[in-house]
Design a protein around this ligand. Structure first.
Ligand code: ADP
Ligand code: ZN
Length: 299
């Protein structure tokens, strides 16, 4: 059975694995995201070691970004305008290809997670859906008509603008580029800055959750209007708070106000706005799925 490599590259850690499916993982490692040289050094060491016993057919990458996904661009395969110090214009695909000499698939972290959910998780059989992560940042991966969406660059749904009532919530937002965009208002760091303690320490009784659910629901209904997704998958650290799901589902129904007529929304919203079936492994397993495609059809 062919074996593939997968990398979920995040701002704090790289999750890497070698295997051929969710139930066939041969090795797995977490590498801290320090400098590109140090982190890639460890990544290449891991895959180099693994390849001695299990030659890799391809490697898939889901990366934090923004990234250049445009084939033919001189900077294809690089992390571009990230705020992560030391990582601006870092070539990702080049060093991997040079060292491992196999096809490398490259996409955003959220597109990879969407793909993992499509292949093995909560979006099996769907052709149009979104995967949104609410963590250190907010990112949105999209599948449209059966394909992961790229485009001019790639969608940046985390930075959409949503109504911000400064009377009710005077918090100015934390986005380095836009202040009170969606990510600026609703990411984990935004919650921490607004309420003075990390989101995971806020009690269930805190007004933080209703406000968070409102921002998430506002962003979600915009995406429902734009894409008509068949399902919305919400992952990331902040969504570990299971209490958010019913709050978001109810708020979304109220905001939509019966306009988008589908039983998915009116009768079964708990099956429509859902957590990832693969949990926190959606991204790295999606990178594995991308690698399997990059290797081409099996003989
Ligand atoms: P990353 O975005 O770096 O991949 P996460 O998705 O875990 O990592 O997001 C980290 C953010 O999520 C932090 O801001 C943290 O405060 C928040 N977070 C982590 N765990 C929880 C939790 N159980 N409940 C609420 N917020 C959480
Ligand atoms: Zn922004």
């Amino acid at each position: 059975m062919p074996v593939y490599g997968a990398i979920e590259a995040g701002g704090t850690k790289f999750n890497c694995l070698v295997g051929s499916g969710p139930d066939q993982i041969l090795a797995e490692i977490r590498i801290p995201t320090t400098s590109p040289a140090e982190t890639f050094g460890q990544v290449l060491q891991f895959f180099g070691e693994q390849a001695k016993t299990n030659p890799l057919a391809a490697v898939g990458v889901g990366s934090f970004g923004p990234v250049d996904l445009y084939p033919g661009s001189p900077t294809y395969g690089t992390i571009t305008s990230t705020v992560k110090p030391g990582w601006q214009m870092t070539d990702f695909v080049g060093p991997l290809k040079a060292a491992l000499r196999v096809p490398v698939a490259f996409d955003t972290d959220v597109n990879a997670a969407a793909y993992g959910e499509h292949k093995w998780g909560a979006a099996r059989g769907l052709t149009q859906f979104i995967y949104m992560t609410v963590g250190t940042g907010i990112g949105v991966g999209e599948m449209c008509a059966g394909k992961l969406v790229h485009g001019l660059v790639h969608p940046e749904g985390g930075h959409m603008l949503i109504p911000h009532d400064r009377q009710q919530d005077p918090f100015p937002g934390v986005c380095h580029f836009h202040g009170d965009c969606f990510e600026g208002l609703a990411s984990g760091p935004a919650m921490q800055a607004r309420w003075g303690i990390p989101a995971e320490k806020l009690p269930a009784s805190s007004p933080a959750w209703a406000l968070e659910a409102r921002y998430l629901a506002l962003a979600i209904i915009n995406q429902i209007y734009m894409l008509s997704p068949q399902r919305i998958i919400l992952g990331g650290g902040v969504m570990e708070q299971a209490l958010l799901f019913p709050l978001i589902q109810e708020e979304a129904q109220q905001l939509l106000n019966g306009y988008v007529r589908s039983p998915q929304i009116t009768d079964r919203i708990e099956e429509y706005i859902v957590p990832p079936a693969l949990g926190s492994r959606a991204g790295v397993l999606g990178a594995l799925a991308l690698a399997m495609d990059a290797a081409g059809p099996r003989e």
